[in-house]
Design a binder for this molecule. Sequence first.
Ligand code: FES
Length: 95
Amino acid sequence: MPKAKVIFEDIGVAVTVPAGTRLIEVSEKVGAGITYGCREGECCTCLTKVISGGDNLAAPSVLEDQVLKDNMAPRNHRLACQAQILGGEVVVRPA
Ligand code: FES
């Protein structure tokens, strides 16, 4: 299975995960500071800044796009409960 690497800048931890993993699943396991609520792409609690490697995340769904817009999320921010890591390397930190 293809692998991908996620680096949580806030805690200085790098994790290798299977492609298709959602950011929140990893951040929860390693204790990064990304908080969450609904886990369904509605509350925007899990807003996460993508420092680099944003192209290695699956494009936002219509729902995620709408929630990001509704919450006036800055550029390069994603919902950790929705963003799937496709491969390569992604560096993130809590928004
Ligand atoms: S936890 Fe609610 S939008 Fe991600």
